[in-house]
Design a binder for this molecule. Structure first.
Ligand SMILES: *[C@@H]1O[C@H](CO)[C@@H](O)[C@H](O)[C@H]1NC(C)=O
Ligand SMILES: *[C@@H]1O[C@H](CO)[C@@H](O)[C@H](O)[C@H]1NC(C)=O
Ligand SMILES: *[C@@H]1O[C@H](CO)[C@@H](O)[C@H](O)[C@H]1NC(C)=O
Ligand SMILES: *[C@@H]1O[C@H](CO)[C@@H](O)[C@H](O)[C@H]1NC(C)=O
Ligand SMILES: *[C@@H]1O[C@H](CO)[C@@H](O)[C@H](O)[C@H]1NC(C)=O
Ligand SMILES: *[C@@H]1O[C@H](CO)[C@@H](O)[C@H](O)[C@H]1NC(C)=O
Length: 508
């Protein structure tokens, strides 16, 4: 598609870079089994210990976070669902007499996460500051001093969160518990017995304190890791996991790799290789997609209950850049097109992949970061439709991708992602690629662009000409530039997409 085709185009004519001589790409139609992509595909997971930083409390609500979440309602009609959990969930202890909402005990002050967390009843004020959001609340499976302590935590959650409590979660990434939370011989069967016993205790206590239907669980919240002996969800269910069908959603966690400073590749190389790369995204998602199929007989939706780009809170210079936002866009469309029903992007204070920094942290003040704009782009593409179906349009190169978005059977939008890295300090014209598609009877198109000064940029991102910066309007949308409109000639759409940018094309 790129300059390699110049030779055959002839020298008498001037072509913009990347224009290919190929005929317009035909757009595949949805098949009977093409799934509906829920328009609340974009969702969040807040690290348990940092939830008060994101949400604030009754006297000091975090208006910035509230605004950023409400923007999703504007573009889709629904608030995103929020899970409160993560590694710190299994280090968090409910103290019913504690006055402070949360106490964080760090081993080293510079650690990404505290080693021990104590939270009291006022912690739950944070569930009432963000608007009408549905919550999944994490319970500590690790603590085994007494069942009563677990039950007190669950009862406080159901009474305090009230109707906004959608599901519980009991334990985070327990396929890694052997050798850490438990002995090296802790087996899948031990886990099944422990989860079954404790989930039954949670249910009994909650049903007593909060009459009405029991919310249920998202489970088993294992993490996909390629380097370790795998427990499988299939095996766990075959061993008798959840005999009373308390699970409502199958949750798995996903990362593209892990931050390991001793072995990390240079960030600019890795950004292109691991994140801005459709092949790498397909490879990482393939086992998740297969697992969703294998477990479909259980009758639960399959969600990524915690995910982000690079595990261990991300890598500075890679996961906090605009390139990460492009990764997020391609990842989300590919996951949605393949029947993964929700994506809870994980957030924490000072995390290097976070979509926003909610309050002043170690050195960064509140700010909206690039991945947020990727999430807004995906949410906008799905829009208010309750029948959106996403079909991948195969392209030639692995650093580009395109999707057709159907409303029922009507082609309504296209999304194109050009993941060719572009350094923000580069001089000269920014290269772009021209894409041509056969779009039938459509006459006009609106082009909304996701762009920043480069794939390595960490600020000045916009989607559809809109900024959601903290410093402009506390996360509310501020229009900085217009959208483009193009005329479709003879059923052929032509659209230029700059290197390191993405577009949503709405067809009229
Ligand atoms: C509410 O948040 C403010 C600001 O972080 C804090 O000073 C206050 O102690 C919190 N209130 C409770 C009850 O934790
Ligand atoms: C109880 O939890 C501790 C860590 O919190 C762990 O070392 C121990 O093995 C657990 N006991 C059982 C019986 O699982
Ligand atoms: C695991 O090993 C410990 C001793 O390290 C032993 O007490 C326990 O019974 C073993 N558990 C299983 C399930 O084999
Ligand atoms: C961008 O270019 C500058 C100047 O040449 C260089 O120092 C930097 O490493 C480049 N960044 C990336 C992400 O390639
Ligand atoms: C994209 O990822 C694949 C699979 O890991 C890898 O083989 C390929 O080299 C990567 N491409 C780029 C441009 O880095
Ligand atoms: C378990 O509940 C789900 C709904 O949450 C339902 O689809 C499924 O059929 C139930 N399974 C059994 C064995 O009852």
């Amino acid at each position: 598609m790129r300059s390699s085709n110049f030779a055959i185009l002839g020298s008498a004519l001037l072509f913009s870079q990347g224009l290919c001589g190929n005929k317009p790409i035909a757009i595949p139609t949805p098949q009977p089994d093409t799934p509906i992509v829920p328009n609340d595909l974009q969702a969040f997971s807040f690290e348990f210990c940092f939830f008060p930083d994101y949400a604030g409390n009754k006297s000091h609500p975090n208006e910035f976070s509230k605004n950023l979440l409400a923007n999703f309602k504007t573009v889709t009609g629904v608030q995103p669902t929020v899970r409160v959990g993560g590694t710190s969930q299994d280090h968090s202890y409910y103290e019913r007499d504690q006055e402070e909402n949360i106490r964080l005990i760090y081993t080293n002050p510079n650690d990404d996460q505290p080693a021990i967390i104590y939270y009291g009843p006022t912690f739950f004020e944070s569930y009432h500051t963000l608007g009408n959001i549905k919550f999944f609340h994490g319970l500590n499976l690790n603590q085994n001093r007494s069942i009563q302590r677990l039950q007190e935590a669950a009862v406080e959650a159901c009474t305090s969160i009230g109707p906004q409590l959608e599901l519980f979660e009991l334990g985070n990434e327990w396929n890694m518990a052997w050798g850490s939370y438990r002995g090296a011989n802790y087996s899948e069967l031990d886990y099944v017995h422990e989860w079954n016993r404790k989930s039954a205790a949670v249910k009994a206590a909650v049903q007593k304190a909060c009459p009405g239907p029991f919310p249920g669980f998202m489970a088993p919240s294992f993490v996909q890791r390629h380097f370790m002996k795998e427990w499988t969800t299939e095996e766990v269910f075959n061993l008798g996991f959840d005999p009373h069908n308390l699970t409502k959603e199958i949750s798995y966690h996903n990362y593209m790799g892990a931050n390991d400073p001793a072995t990390n590749a240079p960030v600019d190389w890795d950004l292109q290789y691991r994140l801005m790369n459709h092949t790498s995204i397909q490879e990482v998602l393939a086992p998740q997609i297969q697992r969703a199929k294998d477990l479909a007989h259980l009758g639960h939706p399959y969600v990524l209950g915690e995910l982000n780009s690079i595990a261990n809170q991300g890598i500075t210079g890679e996961t906090n850049t605009f390139g990460d936002a492009l990764w997020l866009v391609d990842f989300s469309f590919w996951a949605g097109a393949n029947n993964i029903k929700r994506l809870h992007f994980h957030q924490g204070l000072d995390y290097r992949y976070a979509s926003w920094q909610p309050i002043l942290g170690k050195d960064q003040p509140p700010t909206t970061r690039p991945p947020y704009y990727g999430q807004i782009m995906v949410a906008s593409a799905l829009g208010h439709s309750h029948n959106a179906r996403v079909v991948n349009i195969p392209l030639k190169e692995e650093i580009e991708s395109a999707y057709a978005i159907y409303d029922e059977d009507q082609l309504s939008k296209l999304a194109i992602v050009n993941m060719q890295a572009f350094n923000q300090t580069a001089t000269g014209t920014r290269p772009s690629k021209e894409y041509t598609f056969e779009v039938g009877h459509h006459r006009h198109a609106k082009i909304e662009t996701l762009i920043a000064p480069g794939s390595d940029a960490t600020t000045d991102v916009t989607f559809a000409g809109i900024s959601y910066d903290h410093n402009l309007a506390m996360g509310k949308p501020v229009v900085l530039g217009p959208n483009k409109f193009v005329t479709i000639e003879n059923g052929v759409l032509r659209v230029d997409v700059s290197d390191s940018s993405a577009v949503v094309v709405t067809l009229y």
